[in-house]
Design a protein around this ligand. Structure first.
Ligand SMILES: [Zn+2]
Length: 490
């Protein structure tokens, strides 16, 4: 709308008039908006805690009434888009060889070195996926920097003589976000929830690796809470380390789901809502409902397995751990694939991506690692290691993974809240083992100098805790896990 447009002059006048003629209405409106914001923030405040406290108890026997019906692979890779939409072919982007942005030496996660690691010699010639379409002129280029490598071009040229071993299963193309991704290729797409102002909408990257062999579809989501940074890096490192020609199945990664929150360093969406309370979403609901709906239908519905990555909330930190509904047999089997991860039983709460995915027949867990607003190398490495072990366990990759412990440690857990306001100083560290009655920390009132100890209610391990800070009475300070036995499925 140009400044000469009559409406552009009218709108400020209407606003001014409404202010002058109905000041009380405007004030009331502002006040109710403020109350709404506070309520939303408050409701979401203790989500990390609420997840545990509202969980259904862990049963000692399998819940046979709750079965996950795996979506058929063929069905899952069907294009949900209306058929009238033109499907584009994704350009293959070698995620390992992309030119790094200025100042960044490398994408190599472990070394940080800039050299491109030599690919290991192939033990046997792999069938080249059909690549004839990869160089079609109308192939979309969301990524201006994407180039077709020489290798790629060469294989496209020789595609007339397919070198495919008929005994080996070959994967098919998948369609995601209106784009076809050929087997044996990786690419970057972008997802936009469609929430836009005057045609402007922000899109967030989606990394896709479609393996050359058939297999399950693993989805990884990070930063549903925009201030939870470790997950972004866990998704990046995991995806950028995959070689499509050696992968069975697909891995889809959305490193930054809540781009709005990420840009503002905030856990929430711009309307102060917690996105992880609105899945599977609603196309006609509030902003969070609509964003959740779009993500769920455009991307999550394609997954057979989902790991949603989080950190502790609001100045709390977590030992690397999974939150999993251990009352579901398939989930019990699934968590065995995660190396060196504590598994905390939690049936989750309504609106969480994890619970909505389970309801849709997708095996889903949340991964928690570290604290918000920080990038923590140790926690990131733990997450990446564990996802690699999972992919190995699911026969998606074969890297001769060295396992730490054959079985994960399972926990039933409870939170301990501060009973008094003051400054919390912890006596214990994350991961410490504690016995019943032991002092975990002291809360001191800075004005009256009164001190109150917080004690462990039962023996266990500190799997999550508040960092030292000013706390109010009722603040969830320590998350204690008690080891528990999980009976075998058989
Ligand atoms: Zn979170």
């Amino acid at each position: 709308m140009s400044m000469n447009h009559p409406l552009s002059r009218l709108v400020p006048r209407i606003l001014l008039a409404s202010l002058l003629y109905c000041l009380p209405c405007t004030l009331a409106l502002a006040e109710s908006q403020l109350e709404f914001e506070e309520a939303e923030t408050e409701a979401a405040d203790d989500e990390n805690v609420e997840d545990i406290e509202s969980s259904k108890p862990l049963r000692k026997n399998i819940d046979n009434t709750r079965k996950i019906s795996h979506p058929d692979q063929a069905e899952a890779s069907e294009d949900p888009e209306p058929s009238s939409k033109t499907t584009k072919i994704a350009p293959h982007i070698d995620l390992k060889e992309l030119a790094p942005p200025p100042g960044v030496q490398s994408f190599s996660p472990e070394t940080g070195a800039s050299e491109t690691t030599e690919p290991e010699p192939e033990p046997e010639p792999k069938p080249k996926p059909k690549t004839t379409t990869e160089t079609t002129p109308e192939a979309p280029h969301d990524e201006g920097t994407a180039t077709v490598s020489d290798d790629q071009a060469a294989s496209a040229e020789s595609a007339d003589e397919p070198n495919i071993d008929p005994t080996e299963e070959v994967a098919g193309a998948i369609t995601l976000l209106g784009t076809e991704i050929m087997p044996g290729t990786s690419t970057r797409l972008s997802w936009s929830s469609g929430m836009q102002i005057a045609g402007l909408s922000q899109s967030t990257p989606v990394l896709v690796v479609n393996g050359s062999k058939p297999g399950p579809t693993l989805c990884l989501t990070g930063a549903i809470h925009g201030d939870e940074l470790n997950g972004i890096e866990i998704v990046r490192r995991t995806l950028y380390d995959l070689e499509p020609e050696k992968l069975a199945g697909q891995v889809i990664g959305v490193p930054i789901v809540n781009l709005q929150g990420f840009q503002q360093g905030s856990r929430y969406l711009s309307d102060r809502r917690d996105l992880n309370r609105h899945f599977p979403g609603n196309p006609t609901g509030n902003l969070a409902d609509r964003i959740a709906y779009s993500l769920f239908n455009e991307i999550i519905s394609h997954c057979t397995m989902l790991v949603d990555i989080h950190t502790g909330s609001l100045k709390r930190t977590n030992l690397p751990q999974l939150r999993a509904d251990m009352n579901i047999a398939e989930v019990r089997t699934f968590v065995k694939g995660f190396d060196r991860m504590a598994v905390v039983h939690s049936s989750g709460t309504g609106g969480m991506l994890r619970t909505a995915a389970l309801d849709a027949g997708i095996i889903a867990v949340s991964m928690e690692s570290g604290e918000s607003l920080r990038i923590q190398e140790k926690q990131i490495k733990a997450g990446v290691n564990s996802l690699n072990s999972l992919m190995e366990k699911q026969n998606m990759i074969s890297r001769l993974f060295v396992w730490g412990k054959p079985e994960p440690v399972y926990y039933d857990s409870y939170w301990i809240r501060a009973e008094h306001a003051g400054i919390l100083f912890s006596k214990k560290k994350l991961g410490d083992r504690v016995i019943k009655g032991q002092v975990l920390g002291i809360v001191t009132d800075p004005i009256t100098n009164a001190s109150h100890a917080i004690h462990a209610r039962a023996t266990g391990r500190i799997i999550g805790m508040a960092v030292d800070q000013v706390v109010m009475a009722g603040f969830a300070a320590y998350h204690i896990g008690a080891e528990t036995e999980i009976p075998d499925e058989e």
